[in-house]
Design a protein around this ligand. Structure first.
Ligand SMILES: [Zn+2]
Length: 413
């Protein structure tokens, strides 16, 4: 008998529902599929007997409360997961279950074996000897990111409802859209949510705990060329494509995603559309350190300024938009939420793996709205594609950690 009877059945039900978000859309949520699933979750939470179950209008998040069962005043803890899946086929997801994996065999995903999980390619598989793995059938992603988080939070709440002897303060839960397209948390309503501290249950493998993220900006470069006949171009033509290449060449050679790791930041050119007349480039700028992040933006603008002054006119136009900041700056003021999460993991025999995310989490934005929100593991491996998988045992541990966090906060004055 599984410790959390509904955890895996719920998870398997949730992943089969297509909730892919839509990066082209400006509506909230970005797809009707997401709205539908959020409404299903709202019904579910209502049937579970949670209080104040509602959809927050501005964000489309579904909020709910499990009232505390302690007399004293303790912090209200929130747990947050996103319900959308990444930009990869999510139609007709057919999860496959591999029981008692031996830790070294190649797992066939599709019938023909065109796609496999091979420990030579994915050494992470070796950690899972003796465990039950849930994989894709090779044609879709799995959506453990972040339906694992959704199922784990629901399992924790169900457990607390069945075990009133476990003491906890008020617990808030939130399920929201559009994390994968980077907009879901933009409208998060901290006041309506009503937590003192929160955790996104959206990390990867067992033990993941993140409270540092990148500082992030998106940058557009628009270049105006002068297109004339190549035969008569001398001294007249300004080839906007060439100017774009010169601009890129002026950035530091090694500060690129494919050449950096850990705390090294970068400029990433992700789009380059050009004609002689007109060229546009899209970049993201990333750095964990705020000063270096600001310096990167200055350098980026400085290159454009230098080129414009060499041209004697404004041909290179740069627009930079900050996207989110490193939540570590907020957490450092009071590291209690991270200490509690570390303690919670240790209490259930999980070794915390604390590392700076090379990206952002919903917590990067929510923390800056005044609600400190580190990220804990949900269990997924190889997220965002057909090689995604998750272990049942890790998912159970994630529920253990959520429960343990709730308990530890109930012991606080
Ligand atoms: Zn996620």
């Amino acid at each position: 008998m599984a410790k959390y009877a509904e955890l895996i059945p719920n998870f398997l039900t949730f992943v089969k529902i297509n909730t892919r978000s839509d990066p082209q859309s400006t509506s909230i949520p970005s797809s009707d599929r997401e709205t539908e699933f959020l409404n299903q979750l709202k019904d579910r939470l209502t049937k579970m007997g949670l209080k104040d179950v509602h959809t927050n209008e501005q964000s489309a998040y579904v909020f709910a409360t499990l009232p505390g069962n302690v007399d004293k005043s303790v912090p209200t803890v929130g747990f947050i997961s996103h319900i959308d899946t990444a930009d990869f086929n999510a139609e007709n997801i057919q999860p496959q279950i591999v029981e008692n994996y031996d830790g070294h065999s190649v797992i066939k995903l599709d019938e023909k074996g065109e796609y496999t999980l091979d420990p030579k390619v994915f050494p992470s598989l070796k950690k899972y000897a003796g465990q039950t793995l849930i994989t894709t059938d090779g044609s879709t992603l799995l959506g453990a990111d972040d339906k694992a988080g959704v199922a784990e939070i629901i399992a924790a709440i169900t457990y607390l409802q069945a075990h009133p002897e476990v003491k906890h303060g008020d617990i808030k839960i939130a399920f929201g859209p559009d994390e994968e397209i980077g907009t879901g948390a933009d409208h998060f309503d901290v006041k309506d949510f009503g937590a003192d501290v929160a955790y996104t249950v959206d990390g990867g493998p067992l033990g993941d705990l993140n409270y540092e993220t990148f500082n992030a900006a998106d940058a557009k470069v628009v270049i105006k060329g002068t297109d004339v006949h190549p035969a008569e171009a001398k001294g007249i033509m300004v080839n906007a494509i060439q100017v774009g290449m010169d601009f890129h060449a002026a950035l530091p050679d090694f500060d690129r995603p494919e050449k950096t790791q850990d705390r090294e930041g970068f400029f990433h050119l992700y789009d380059f559309q050009g004609t002689v007349d007109h060229t546009e480039m899209g970049y993201i700028i990333r750095d964990h350190d705020r000063d270096r992040f600001e310096a990167r933006k200055r350098l980026f603008k400085g290159i454009a300024n230098q080129m414009n002054s060499d041209f004697g006119e404004d041909r290179v136009k740069v627009t930079i938009k900050d996207q989110y900041y490193n939540m570590g700056e907020i957490i450092k003021k009071d590291p209690t939420p991270v200490k509690i999460a570390e303690q919670a993991m240790k209490n259930v025999d999980v070794t915390p793996h604390v590392f700076p995310v090379r990206g952002g989490t919903d917590g990067s934005k929510i923390s800056y709205m005044g609600l400190p929100t580190p990220n804990i593991f949900a269990g997924g491996e190889n997220m965002h594609g057909r090689f995604e998988y998750v272990s049942e045992q890790t998912m159970e541990k994630a529920v253990d950690v959520v429960l343990e966090i709730a308990k530890l906060y109930a012991e606080k004055q």
